[in-house]
Design a protein around this ligand. Structure first.
Ligand code: NOJ
Length: 730
């Protein structure tokens, strides 16, 4: 704790502030507006000097931060330090795998560690806040921002949320190395219609409570410093003005005491939504809903004075927001040490000891091996000649994926480089073959075919450019470009063994022939700075793949949304019944589903056992299962624990993830893996969205994926002492 500014002093400071200074604290501006621009009254430095800015986004580094802070401290009337925020989604200088990939590691320690390392680098660069973690559960690969989330499951997001918040905010014992997290985007942004960015959202209260809210609750419980409402609406109520969710739920019911920070220009966009007639109304709606900070809309600065005059808001509300902002600045240590964390000595943020090795470990744990016919992988070290082909083969900067503002692309490792290092005894030739565009260039394909013909194995590296991923990057059909398709056809026609490596930010809709034509398929996504090394490590067998999909890969766009935890229906799929739920022109199962992923080892499960077969509403049962590495090298198994409630008040998902665990096993080794399952984890929202626990049987399924053939079942019974089942119905 930094004790020099007590609550009383914050109050006195607020008493000294004029309205402009208060609204300045409530305003966050982008660095481009603050540190550049011509001299004059609107000169951004003038904005800082006149107290019109409380925090700055998108700048970092010794000189930049020191100069901006100097103006705030030496040239403003009240000498209140600025805070600095950057979108650090998957690494600051050292870039980790994109979140959708890192979630596939199903590794809580890893999630926490990479967040802590991001915080160590970012604080050395003078940053105190990141707009992360991003917690928008998404089942729609058309949405570009799916890259930023942890996949299709709400529980995975809740676990990921806690680890990221702790990793950023409290895992480091040194308070100067802690970064404030801002969980975003509250809430259900991942459900934008048709996956079209910024489009409308219309989800049921049940979907909100079961799927989209739990991650935010977990972030709040872990002490997250801020929450960012999404750009979108929910059922017509714009989130930036959503009092019911921002105030009644977040502040009152959940007791959230931190900052609510608008998204970029989102307050002004309330006019575009058609719910505010002018900036004053927009500002009033946001403040009344509980938004403390206006990012880049100028709405608080220009709209709130008018809103005050019109009686739409009160000074007390403004003071409350300013109090929270000053308290954040105080708690993070800025009043005591305005250059907190910024270092000129010691390791530089882009050269922290151990961070590269850690990033390599993260990238290889995140990679998912989806197909490995005839155990073609790992490749023989004695392979004479290998061809690395495709637009992503030698594309080091693309490996970093979207949102890597301070990452240095010159530091990133491409696939070709990784292969050349790992297969030093082989000749690794390269041919681009195609670009990520639809325009086919026959000469490029011809060259690539020659290279493939002259090789023993082809590593075909397809994917997306990172500028086509992330925000504002929706696609109706996420798939390889036409040029990449033609290239693949030509290469696969040769009949050489093909290892298909997909460097994408999202699930792709692949043609069947492309999957059939590849001997192995690696869903590498974007592994970050060490992406190329990670791919080569797995290909060479230096790492036994352990990633499992946190997101389904549909076979066709028309299947979207497809996810493992669909609800039961009155007519469940039955291959012999045409009037069961199905498509006439496609299977209902995705190509690869949640939990899918291969290892070089074969893991076998024993029969699960529970120490308590009957539990009451306070009960807990310990479940144990043996897992054996039955064939192959040392490897890491991931075990998923799902439940199904067969008779409930409302339809329940066919499977619901409640826990997951890892076990590292030597060849032939057996380990016992334990899970603790409590009655509280078996509740679901009742009609009033309050937790409900049913009496009766609960089926528990444990497996290395969510595929029926991989699951071991056992049942327990819930027997509550008081409340009878279905009381809500009467
Ligand atoms: C807009 C994005 O929606 C949000 O996620 C991000 O934090 C802000 N821009 C600031 O860069």
């Amino acid at each position: 704790m930094h004790g020099s500014l007590s609550a009383g002093r914050i109050e006195r400071l607020i008493a000294e502030m004029d309205l402009t200074e208060k609204l300045g604290q409530m305003t966050m501006l982008a660095a481009s507006l603050v540190v550049t621009g011509p001299p004059g009254p609107d000169n951004p430095v003038t904005l800082v000097r006149t107290g019109k800015v409380g925090g700055i986004l998108n700048t970092w580094g010794y000189d930049e931060i020191r100069e901006a802070q100097r103006v705030a401290l030496e040239e403003t009337r009240l000498k209140i330090p600025l805070y600095f925020a950057v979108d650090i989604l998957h690494g600051h200088r050292t870039i980790h795998p994109i979140p959708l990939a890192e979630a596939c590691a199903f590794d809580r320690e890893l999630w926490r560690r990479t967040a802590r390392e991001s915080a160590e680098e970012a604080t050395r660069d003078g940053i105190q806040m990141t707009f992360a973690p991003m917690l928008d559960v998404c089942r729609d690969p058309r949405w570009g921002r799916i890259a930023e989330c942890a996949g299709e499951d709400g529980y995975v997001h809740a676990e990921y949320a806690r680890e990221k918040v702790v990793g950023f905010q409290s895992a480091n014992p040194d308070p100067n190395r802690r970064l404030l997290g801002v969980a975003k985007h509250f809430v259900a942004y991942g459900a934008v219609k048709a996956g079209r960015d910024y489009a409308e959202v219309d989800v049921s209260p049940r979907a909100l409570h079961e799927v989209y809210l739990p991650a935010f609750k977990a972030a709040v419980d872990a002490g997250v410093a801020g929450i960012m409402p999404s750009f979108t609406d929910i059922a017509g109520v714009a989130m930036t003005a959503n009092k019911e969710l921002l105030h009644d739920l977040l502040r009152v019911k959940w007791g959230f005491n931190g900052l609510v920070i608008s998204d970029y220009n989102a307050i002004a966009e309330l006019m575009n939504h058609g719910v505010a007639a002018d900036l004053a109304e927009a500002a009033a709606l946001a403040l009344n809903a509980g938004v403390d900070i206006d990012m880049m809309a100028g709405a608080y600065e220009n709209g709130l004075p008018i809103a005050l005059e019109r009686g739409l808001v009160t000074m007390a509300q403004i003071d409350e927001a300013v109090t929270r902002i000053l308290r954040m600045k105080h708690d993070v240590g800025l009043f005591d040490n305005p250059l907190r964390g910024l270092e000129k000595v010691g390791p530089t943020p882009d050269n922290m000891p151990g961070h590269r090795a850690s990033a390599r470990d993260a990238a290889r744990r995140s990679l998912v091996l989806a197909k490995n016919e005839g155990n073609i992988l790992p490749l023989q070290r004695t392979t004479r000649r290998m061809a690395a082909i495709g637009p992503l083969a030698d594309a080091q900067s693309e490996m970093m994926g979207p949102w890597c503002m301070a990452g240095d692309e010159r530091e990133a490792i491409g696939i070709l480089q990784g292969l050349r290092e790992s297969f030093a005894g082989s000749e690794v030739i390269h041919s681009i073959g195609a670009h990520c565009t639809d325009e086919v260039e026959p000469e490029l394909i011809a060259e690539a075919v020659e290279a493939a013909r002259a090789s023993d194995v082809v590593v075909l590296c397809l994917g997306e450019l990172r500028q086509h991923c992330g925000e504002a990057a929706s696609r109706t059909t996420p798939r390889p470009s036409r040029a990449q398709m033609q290239l693949s056809r030509a290469i696969m026609a040769l009949g050489k063994p093909v290892v298909l490596v997909l460097a994408t930010s999202r699930p792709w809709i692949l043609p069947d022939w492309m999957v059939d034509g590849a001997s192995a398929v690696m869903l590498a996504m974007f592994g970050g700075t060490e992406g190329g090394h990670a791919i080569a490590d797995v290909m060479a067998g230096d790492y036994n793949p352990s990633g499992r999909l946190c997101i389904s890969w549909p076979t066709r766009v028309g299947q979207i949304p497809v996810h493992y935890n669909m609800r039961t229906t009155g007519r469940p799929f039955d291959p012999d019944n045409g009037f069961s739920t199905r498509f006439l022109d496609s299977t209902i199962a995705p190509r690869w589903g949640f939990g899918d992923g291969l290892s070089y080892s074969t893991f076998q499960l024993g029969e699960p056992q529970a120490d308590n077969k009957i539990i009451d509403q306070h009960g807990v049962t310990e479940i144990a299962i043996d897992v054996t590495n039955a064939a192959g090298p040392e490897g890491e198994a991931t075990l998923f624990l799902f439940v199904n409630d067969p008779v409930a008040l409302v339809t329940r998902p066919v499977l619901e993830l409640k826990d997951f665990a890892k076990a590292v096993l030597r060849p032939g080794e057996t380990k016992r893996v334990g899970f603790t399952l409590s009655a509280a984890q078996l509740t679901y929202p009742d009609f009033a969205m309050e937790p409900r626990l049913d009496d009766g049987r609960i089926d528990i399924y444990i497996g290395v994926s969510a595929r029926p053939e991989d699951l071991k079942r056992l049942s327990i019974e819930v027997r509550q002492t008081a409340k009878a089942r279905h009381t809500e119905l009467v």
